[in-house]
Design a binder for this molecule. Structure first.
Ligand code: ATP
Ligand code: PAF
Ligand code: BAL
Length: 282
C-alpha cells in the first residue's frame, strides 16, 4: 500500500497505473474509519484494479461554529484498516497541500444544497463539492463510492458529476449500523454513554415513521410531529430537522404519495447525527 502525501505524487501514481491499463476505485473520507467506511472500500475493491482511499478533514466544509478542531483522528488505525481492506493507495494530504494561500476557486450548486442539512450548514456542500472536485482531479478515479448515510451529499456529487462531465461512475453504499440501529459515524465518538443510549432515537424514529405510513398516515406535518415528540422523549436531544422529501429533487412533500425520503439531523450532546431512509407507501 502506497501512501501519497502530495497532489503531484498522487497524480503521478494514478497516471502510472492508468498507463499500465489499470482502473481505479476511490473512497474519499475524513478518516477515523469505521465499518461504514470499510463497507465502501469493500464495494470499490472488486470494481477496479486499484483501490484508493483519501483521508482529509476538509476545513472548507465546516462552518465557523462546527467541530473542525475537535474532529477525531487515528491515522495509524485508519492505515491498518485500509491495508486489511486491500487499499493500494492512500492519499493523505495536509491543509496547505490542498489549499494554498492564494486559493480562490469554489464549486457550488444552485438547488440541492438548499434543503435538509444545507439549511443549518450553509457553507457545507460548497466545501464538499469543491474538495471532491479537487480529489477527483488528483486521484483520477474510474469509480467513486459514497455512503447513503450522507444522502444529500451523494445526490450533490451525482448532480455535479453529471453537470461538470466527470467521467466517473458514482456508487452509493448502504448505511451500516450498530446492532441497536444507530448509523455508524465518526461523530459517535463524541457521545457519552448516556448520550449513546439516546442516539438510537434517530433510527427508531425512522422505524416509527415507516410504521405510521404502513398504517395509512399520509400527512407529513402529522408524521413530523409524531417523530419530533418521539425524539424529544430521549434525554440530551435537540431536533435540527425532520423532513420528508422527494428522493431526487429533495423538495419537501406535504403528503406521502410515492417513494419518499425521510431525513433527519438530531443534536445529541456534542454530536450532530444524521440518518435517513426511503419510505414507500403500500
Ligand atoms: N454508517 C455508514 N454507512 C455507510 N457509509 C458511511 C457511513 N458513515 C459514513 N459513511 C460514508 O463514508 C464516507 C466518508 O464519510 P466521513 O469520513 O465523513 O465519515 P462519517 O462517519 O460520516 O463522519 P461524520 O461523523 O463526519 O459524519 C462518506 O461517503 C459517508 O457517507
Ligand atoms: C466526501 C468527503 C470526504 C469530502 O470531504 C466528506 O464530506 C465525507 O467524508 O463524507
Ligand atoms: N460525512 C459528512 C462530512 C461532514 O459532516 O462534514
Amino acid at each position: 500500500m502506497d501512501i501519497l502525501k502530495t497532489k503531484a505524487d498522487m497524480q503521478a501514481w494514478s497516471a502510472a497505473k492508468k498507463k499500465q491499463g489499470k482502473t481505479i476505485s476511490f473512497v474519499p473520507t475524513m478518516g477515523y474509519l469505521h465499518k461504514g467506511h470499510v463497507s465502501l472500500l469493500e464495494i470499490g475493491k472488486p470494481l477496479s484494479d486499484e483501490l484508493v482511499l483519501s483521508i482529509f478533514v476538509n476545513p472548507t466544509q465546516f462552518g465557523p461554529n462546527e467541530d473542525l478542531n475537535a474532529y477525531p483522528s487515528n491515522i495509524q488505525n485508519d492505515l491498518d484498516l485500509a491495508q486489511q481492506a486491500g487499499v493500494t493507495g492512500v492519499f493523505l494530504p495536509d491543509k496547505n497541500e490542498m489549499y494554498g494561500p492564494d486559493y480562490q476557486t469554489h464549486v457550488s450548486l444552485d438547488h440541492l444544497p438548499q434543503y435538509l442539512c444545507g439549511r443549518s450548514r450553509p457553507v457545507h456542500f460548497g466545501g464538499v463539492a469543491t474538495v471532491v472536485t479537487k480529489l477527483f482531479n488528483i486521484v483520477m478515479p474510474d469509480v467513486a463510492v459514497f455512503g447513503k448515510k450522507d444522502f444529500q451529499q451523494l445526490a450533490i456529487i451525482r448532480q455535479m458529476v453529471k453537470d461538470l462531465d466527470f467521467n466517473i461512475r458514482i456508487i452509493g453504499g448502504e448505511i451500516i449500523r450498530e446492532e441497536d440501529g444507530l448509523a455508524m459515524s465518526s461523530r459517535n465518538a463524541y457521545l457519552t454513554s448516556e448520550q449513546r443510549a439516546s442516539a438510537v432515537c434517530l433510527s427508531q424514529a425512522i422505524r416509527l415513521l415507516k410504521q405510521k405510513v404502513a398504517q395509512g398516515v399520509r400527512s407529513v406535518p402529522d408524521l413530523v410531529r409524531e417523530a419530533q415528540a418521539f425524539i424529544l422523549s430521549f434525554d440530551h436531544t435537540r431536533v435540527d430537522y425532520i423532513e420528508l422529501c422527494h428522493p431526487q429533487t429533495l423538495e419537501p412533500v406535504e403528503t406521502v404519495q410515492a417513494e419518499t425520503l425521510v431525513a433527519m439531523a438530531v443534536q445529541v450532546g456534542k454530536s450532530r447525527l444524521i440518518d435517513n431512509a426511503l419510505i414507500e407507501p403500500a
